[in-house]
Unconditional design. Structure first.
Length: 101
């Protein structure tokens, strides 16, 4: 049969911004996040860099984004599993290649 491959990676999340829809910040399922709800999660329209951490000088962007899951009727983009986005390759260390059928 066909063999598929995937990578298992170690990553550094740093300070994540939480979101329900991948566009605006939100509270976390565990409580209040550091970023007030309703702010854009990306720094620009090209969506290559995350937004700056509020009230931090000099300006430093969030290092990762966690998209929470929940009911679509409550504005969640994901219904089954939350997703973690890392925007810089330097934060990711591939550990294993896993082959499976």
């Amino acid at each position: 049969g066909q063999v598929d491959y995937t990578f298992a990676c170690r990553t550094i999340l740093g300070l994540p911004v939480f979101t329900k829809d991948g566009r605006l910040s939100s509270d976390t399922a565990q409580g209040e996040a550091i970023c007030p709800p309703g702010l854009p999660v990306f720094a620009g329209e090209d969506e290559r860099e995350l937004a700056a951490i509020p009230e931090v000088q000099p300006s430093i962007p969030f290092q990762s984004m966690i998209v929470e899951c929940g009911p679509a009727a409550q504005g969640y983009a994901l219904q089954r599993h939350r997703e973690v986005f890392i925007t810089h390759a330097a934060q990711i260390l591939p550990e294993f290649v896993i082959a499976y059928r």
